[in-house]
Design a protein around this ligand. Sequence first.
Ligand code: 1Q0
Length: 217
Amino acid sequence: PLPLWGEEFNIRHVQRAFKDSLTPRGEILLREYLHGWRQLTKFMDALGTAFGLISQETQSKITIMQQHQDGHHGLHYRTVQSMVNFELASGLVGFQTLPATQPPSGCRTLLRLHRALKWLELFLHKLGTSQKDDKPYQMCLDTYREALAPYHSWWVQHAAALAFLAMPSRQELYRIIFTRQEKQAAQAIVLTTVESLGRVYNVTQDVYSAHGMLELP
Ligand code: 1Q0
């Protein structure tokens, strides 16, 4: 294993968590979903301080979801579907304005993670099909512009672009993501992860779009 973060972060854990989050009945288990995100914040932390803001923001969304799970209505927050049904039926979603409830609704919070998941799917797909000289910085920027920037304010877009400058080279990135033994299978693992993320993303997207919830403030 690699020093420092080799044991801490493993892309297989990410892949496993998102794969396990999808049940045979097509429900998405929030516990596993959030576990996958926690693994990803470890990875962001390993990338260095420039990604601290992004990691913190992700962490705060995870914490909000956790508060819902630990709250009075925690039982309703077992799956994406049960959460959506519960918040819809209770008028907690907040379709017009950011709900004044504390914590903010699970639906609008998960939507932020959901959009970021699309970014990750696109980015990892690019990485997994990239050539030796391709630049992660450019892959990051292109996929961010496509999947996330449209939802971000002007200043967030600029802060993100600045952070991307600290993105390591492709070789270094692979070194962080994979342990030595995994090097051979690296691209295959990345693409398997893309597949798992994609399935979870598509199911969530269908649920949200069925209820007109893709633009929650
Ligand atoms: C490692 C590089 C990650 C780059 C991903 C793009 C990040 C964009 C910049 C985020 C800036 C955060 C500042 C605040 C944003 C919020 O305004 C926004 C909306 O929330 P709200 O409450 O104001 O309506 N929040 C979000 O959009 C939340 C999600 C942002 C974080 C997305 C992180 C994606 C992370 C991925 C893991 C990196 C793994 C790379 C390779 C992994 C190999 C397995």
